[in-house]
Design a protein around this ligand. Sequence first.
Ligand SMILES: Cc1cc2nc3c(=O)[nH]c(=O)nc-3n(C[C@H](O)[C@H](O)[C@H](O)COP(=O)(O)OP(=O)(O)OC[C@H]3O[C@@H](n4cnc5c(N)ncnc54)[C@H](O)[C@@H]3O)c2cc1C
Length: 271
Amino acid sequence: MRPMPEFRRPPPDPLEKATAERILSIRRWSEKLFSVRVSRSPAFRFTPGQWVRLGMPSGSGLPGSVIWRPYSMVSADYDEYLEFFSILVPGGAFSSRLAAADIGDMLYVEKLPYGYLTAARFTGGRHLWLLGSGTGVAPYLSILRDPDVWQRYDERVLAYSVSQARDLAYRDELAALADDPLLGTDRPPLRFVAIVTRETVPGTLQARLPALIADGSLEQAAGLDLTPEDSRILVCGNPQMLDDVRDALLARGLRPDRSAAPGHFATENYW
Ligand SMILES: Cc1cc2nc3c(=O)[nH]c(=O)nc-3n(C[C@H](O)[C@H](O)[C@H](O)COP(=O)(O)OP(=O)(O)OC[C@H]3O[C@@H](n4cnc5c(N)ncnc54)[C@H](O)[C@@H]3O)c2cc1C
């Protein structure tokens, strides 16, 4: 019997599940952090806090071969564009391609967003705590521009942890929330806690988030207590930080929020 000829199924057409968007602008925060703004299909809808898979041609020479990675939306759900905040992982298959992209280049954006790191998921609570490390701040920038978040909660805390001060991106945008008329007037400002772990910077805390929760420094800096009655907490970033924050919150009597058992915190792991 003659051997069967080798048959390689061509990769699926990316446009079956994604739209082809164009890069509108690029902002470089440091040598390893950057943001890209891309065109947005009018049909693309999301809830602030969600993520979507982005795709770039793999360059393998195989037609239609695309590398996909999940990214949180930074932009508000009412912006006409989509914005993403990215790390450059040295040698990273996707992020090194994205970092090398230029204005006008094409980026695939999947048609469906995913994720449950949203403020709307919680029942009860008066204070929304947003805890993020590194690019884990991305979903909070979208969440904090959602008028519902400013109506539904009495207070909002953003604890943003980076290793060096120059990595604290989006400071101007966070400051501008105070004057955003869309978010309503006569409301308390965002309680912003900047954390820089590897430098001593005046006005910032200098320890990892789990330690700051355990010793009460985070609450002191925010001017609010973490309690099961009042606090609803989102946590986003690297797996080790999430594990340790989870332990610190459990030790304070706070429970994970599940559909079967409403609780106080939810996490999103970036890798
Ligand atoms: C739900 C979800 C949402 C995400 N949203 C974002 C986002 O908004 N912005 C973003 O930059 N990344 C985000 N990521 C990570 C992103 O999908 C990629 O992993 C990242 O862009 C690196 O891709 P890569 O192919 O270059 O390297 P990969 O092969 O994917 O990752 C290689 C290694 O790089 C490290 N790494 C990956 N992502 C990060 C990161 N964000 N910060 C620091 N180190 C990292 C990890 O050690 C990982 O093992 C998200 C991941 C998930 C699961």
